[in-house]
Write a protein that binds this ligand. Structure first.
Ligand code: NAP
Length: 299
């Protein structure tokens, strides 16, 4: 249990509701900043403005999945008030106070480093990324259905990258009856693709496999679907780019060529915010319990 721990949840979207539920279930004292418009009340959680938080007593701070923007501003969909995280605020927290975020950027990494506080990026963890690939795949299937007039079954689907998302996407489209080709650059990935019963190719040969492609799904966070590649695709091709912004597609050229290309970030939070929230909440709960077991005392 997290009895005696003081945890501040600063901003966020519907996914944080699962986190708040989990933390209160685990008996932490939870402070909610950026949630004034949230109608639901949680036993054990109080709404406070940033300046009214008991900052010197905080054991952990939970940020939105996206962390801060480059000016320190936090997303607060349950509030109209600006919440800005600063180095000065972090310096006021106890030394053991840990900051949990989905991802980080230069601003957040910099202020946590300057304040000498530990920053945990949950989305860097394999377990979170693999669980998160499940709603990502479901969102990808939804997009493929919405944006095509043919079935996935029997279509030629190219998946770029065999990481945590690529593997789940490839397996699901294969299960739906698509002819799945997966591009990777490591020999062990090529071997795994073959073992999965899919058709493999080296990413350097992408140009030669895009002819007749129906759906191309990118998970590689680098410019990989270049103008040269798009020019070889049939105009019916649908490109779904899952890689983090700005994606790996030359969107300008795709539009010019009349190939539909969609950047689709944040699918878990869109198609399954409850599940996406539970994934974060479960891992966060385990991490906080571990921290508590590592020397912090309960009253
Ligand atoms: P990952 O496990 O790191 O996989 C990335 C894949 O891209 C790996 O196969 C990697 O191959 C390959 N890759 C990376 N850089 C490359 C390069 N320069 N050239 C060729 N291949 C390269 O990441 P992930 O968890 O699958 O996530 C993939 C992307 O999807 C990320 O950008 C992530 O932020 C995003 N994402 C989006 C959503 C959404 O809703 N749209 C949801 C979750 C994740 P190597 O092993 O050879 O490097």
């Amino acid at each position: 249990m997290l009895t005696g721990m003081n945890i501040a949840v600063l901003g966020g979207d519907a996914r944080q509701l699962e986190v708040i539920r989990k933390l209160t279930e685990l008996d932490a004292k939870v402070y909610l900043t950026g949630f004034e418009q949230l109608a639901h009340a949680y036993t054990g959680a109080v709404k406070e403005k940033l300046e009214d938080l008991p900052v010197k007593e905080l054991d952990a701070i939970i940020l939105p999945v996206a962390g801060t923007n480059l000016d320190g501003k936090l997303d607060t969909i349950f509030s109209n008030m600006q919440v800005i995280l600063t180095e000065a605020f972090l310096k006021e927290t106890p030394e053991h106070c840990t900051i949990y975020s989905g991802i980080s950027n230069d601003y957040l990494s910099n202020i946590t480093r300057q304040a000498n506080r530990k920053l945990v990026q949950l989305f860097e963890r394999d377990d979170v990324a693999i669980y998160n690939s499940i709603p990502t795949v479901e969102g990808t299937i939804m997009m493929a259905i919405q944006h095509t007039d043919f079935t996935i079954h029997g279509s030629k689907v190219i998946v770029l990258g065999l990481g945590r998302v690529g593997m789940s996407v490839a397996r699901a489209f294969h299960g739906l009856g698509a002819k799945v080709h997966v591009g990777a650059r490591k020999s062990e990935h090529i071997a795994r693709i073959e073992e999965m019963g899919l058709t493999s190719f080296h990413l350097s040969a992408l140009e030669s496999v895009v002819e007749n492609v129906d759906i191309c799904i990118n998970t590689v966070p680098h410019k990989i679907i270049t103008a040269g590649i798009i020019s070889r695709m049939p105009s019916r091709t649908l490109i779904i780019d899952l890689a983090s912004k700005p994606g790996g597609t030359d969107f300008r050229y795709a539009e010019k060529r009349g190939v539909k290309a969609i950047l689709a970030p944040g699918l878990p939070g869109i198609v399954a915010p409850k599940t996406a929230g539970q994934i974060i909440a479960n891992v966060l709960g385990q991490l906080l319990l571990q921290d508590l077991g590592n020397g912090k005392e309960t009253p």
